[in-house]
Design a protein around this ligand. Sequence first.
Ligand SMILES: *[C@@H]1O[C@H](CO)[C@@H](O)[C@H](O)[C@H]1NC(C)=O
Ligand SMILES: *[C@@H]1O[C@H](CO)[C@@H](O)[C@H](O)[C@H]1NC(C)=O
Ligand SMILES: *[C@@H]1O[C@H](CO)[C@@H](O)[C@H](O)[C@H]1NC(C)=O
Ligand SMILES: *[C@@H]1O[C@H](CO)[C@@H](O)[C@H](O)[C@H]1NC(C)=O
Length: 304
Amino acid sequence: MWLNISLIVFLLSSHITISYSSSINNNKIPKSDVDLLEFPLNLEFLEAEFFCNSVYGYGLDVLEPELAEGGPPPIGAQLALLDNLTRDIIIQFCLQEVGHIRAIKSTVRGFPRPLLNISKEAFAQVINSAFDKPLYPPFDAYANSINYLLASYVIPYVGLTGYVGAIPELQDYVSKKLAASLLGIESGQDAVIRTLLYEIKEKKVLPYTITVEEFTNRISILRNELGKNGTKDEGLEVPIYLGAEGKVSGNVLAGDNNSLSYSRTPEEVLRIGYGSGDEHVPGQFFPKGADGCIARSYLHTTPT
Ligand SMILES: *[C@@H]1O[C@H](CO)[C@@H](O)[C@H](O)[C@H]1NC(C)=O
Ligand SMILES: *[C@@H]1O[C@H](CO)[C@@H](O)[C@H](O)[C@H]1NC(C)=O
Ligand SMILES: *[C@@H]1O[C@H](CO)[C@@H](O)[C@H](O)[C@H]1NC(C)=O
Ligand SMILES: *[C@@H]1O[C@H](CO)[C@@H](O)[C@H](O)[C@H]1NC(C)=O
């Protein structure tokens, strides 16, 4: 049965090698696809190190060092104080990310782990920007499960919109298959994070007097501002016209007027990941910038 399916896939594909081995077969994949597939490695590295370090106290350097390829260790990685359910889920997310990095790197060459800043200060800075003022005490992403889920809300969704944006631009069967499969899990992670937060959306995030839903709304508004390309991000509670079919304000998943996923270009993803609103100006989670052809093309050019 499996053999038959493989054979059909083999025959239907315009490409000779559909390799499931670890050999890099990017010689068959057009350069534009290679660039688009390497780009999300930046976010997958960020997610892997963030999730793994917070549950295990270590990341790729222990779990699968060859994937990190000697890239510098992440700044400010630490264990998070999580309840059992959250820890259980984040362990799974961590391991899923390891698989994602392996899958991308066995299709395209990729690059070593870039320098990442996942310190609580980096997350506090995102939150301060979202509220347009410093919170006191500073937000600590690692202090408890609610804070950790809010910090997690910051990342996989951006990856999701990036995959939605990349897939229509991909040429090759192998590239599309990989990106679609990554998108599936990435959007699942986002849905899990959003659902857990949705259940407690009216709770106050201590010690502040601000609710969980307000945090998500502010973070999403900030991302729309940084992305500089309209509304592509929505919190857990939206004005009714933005909800599904313009009929509800509850917003467990973000979607456009037809409840289709929003898409972002690599430029928009960089503006958000750098926290600078400018793909030429690295910072926040990527102090020295992201890697790969697309991101690097902006690093040594002047902002427009
Ligand atoms: C959490 O897990 C630990 C270790 O598995 C267990 O000892 C503890 O009772 C669990 N806590 C709750 C609240 O279920
Ligand atoms: C990490 O981010 C924090 C908050 O922005 C910043 O204070 C710190 O200097 C950063 N570390 C590095 C090495 O860039
Ligand atoms: C803005 O978003 C639209 C729709 O997603 C996209 O086609 C366009 O390329 C984006 N523009 C920039 C500058 O990223
Ligand atoms: C979505 O619907 C709202 C309200 O009906 C409208 O204001 C907005 O322009 C629509 N957006 C798009 C992209 O069609």
